[in-house]
Design a protein around this ligand. Structure first.
Ligand SMILES: Cc1cc2nc3c(=O)[nH]c(=O)nc-3n(C[C@H](O)[C@H](O)[C@H](O)COP(=O)(O)OP(=O)(O)OC[C@H]3O[C@@H](n4cnc5c(N)ncnc54)[C@H](O)[C@@H]3O)c2cc1C
Length: 296
């Protein structure tokens, strides 16, 4: 339960999210980027679980290797897509044996060719059921769940979405990590509504240092987050990638500064398997850098 405990002793708790690379070359590159990011001593690193359960083995392999190489606390994302309850148990047992500290418990998105999430026969329908399984059978894991400052796209409104979030919290979640967002007012409103419902676990903003207008538009379609018109405009006026990256870093620096000033318990960076932008944001914010070893 190291992840859950870190929120009691540190502020802000720093974490990064990776995804399993598709090629061996990209995998080696990822370890180099993680090495760069380790200089800021993150409290934990997570790795996503691909759509349709497609990266099951890869997720566990990558996050176990990150833990081994960098001696850092790690969490595996896990979704309900394509898994029976027994498959989920099997994964959790393997993750426990591999020394994984936390599980980011998610429902998952439907595969690209299917408009709706369909429950796997013998599986679960909603993430709160996975949280219940974790609390009952795997109490040693820290449990992280997803929250949506702009409301989940399938929920009819924020209040209904919050009822469902509360269900996940009551089932035994330790931490809420939010979907990426660019307008801090959305986060503050969401946090206030969570507090009003008696949700007291840490609510950690998920931050993406944007790198280009094209990247922002693609991610916006994928996750449904609202894209900031002013940032998009500034990015698209820049002729080269260096200029665009600098604008993204500047925006994220200001966004995170305001969040830290508003006393958030942690910052979760969607690093997209890169290090430069996140490193620059953390440097701008005055996070201390430490000397780290090698990526092997
Ligand atoms: C931090 C973070 C990490 C993510 N990592 C991944 C990943 O690794 N892999 C991946 O595929 N996706 C990932 N996602 C995306 C996520 O899987 C999708 O957003 C998915 O559509 C919803 O997942 P959830 O866990 O929030 O689902 P749930 O909490 O189950 O909610 C899904 C929808 O159902 C509603 N709902 C929930 N419970 C109930 C209930 N009991 N009765 C009726 N309605 C209910 C909710 O309001 C919501 O609209 C991540 C998202 C975030 C924010």
């Amino acid at each position: 339960m190291k992840i859950a405990a870190s929120f009691q002793s540190l502020k802000p708790v720093l974490s990064y999210e990776l995804f399993p690379p598709k090629t061996e070359t990209a995998l080696q590159g990822l370890y180099e980027h993680v090495l760069q990011l380790m200089a800021f001593k993150p409290s934990f690193i997570t790795c996503t679980y691909g759509a349709g359960g497609s990266t099951r083995n890869k997720t566990l392999e990558v996050i176990t290797e990150v833990r081994r190489r960098f001696d850092v606390t790690v969490a595996s994302h896990l979704t309900l897509v394509g898994s029976t309850i027994d498959d989920l148990r099997q994964y959790l047992t393997e993750a426990k044996e591999a020394g994984i500290d936390g599980i980011v418990a998610l429902r998952g998105d439907p595969p690209k060719d299917s408009p709706q999430f369909r429950m796997t026969p013998g599986g679960f329908q909603f993430a709160n059921q996975l949280v219940e399984l974790l609390s009952r059978e795997f109490p040693e894991f820290s449990v992280l769940v997803a929250g949506y400052p702009e409301t989940h796209r399938e929920a009819p409104n924020l209040e209904v979405d919050l009822d469902n979030l509360k269900r996940k919290v009551d089932a035994g979640s330790d931490v809420i990590v939010t979907q990426l967002f660019f307008d801090n007012q959305d986060f503050f409103r969401f946090r206030d509504r969570c507090w009003a419902r008696g949700i007291t676990i840490p609510i950690v903003p998920g931050i993406l240092p944007a790198q280009s207008a094209e990247q922002l538009n693609r991610l916006g379609q994928l996750c449904g987050a609202k894209m900031p018109a002013d940032l998009l405009k500034r990015l698209s006026l820049q002729p080269d990638s260096e200029g665009q990256a600098a604008i993204g870093v500047d925006f994220a620096t200001q966004q995170v500064r305001e969040l830290i000033d508003a006393d958030v318990p942690g910052i979760h960076f969607y690093v997209l398997n890169q290090s430069r932008a996140t490193k620059q944001v953390l440097t701008n914010l005055g996070f201390e850098q430490h000397v780290v070893g090698s990526a092997t």
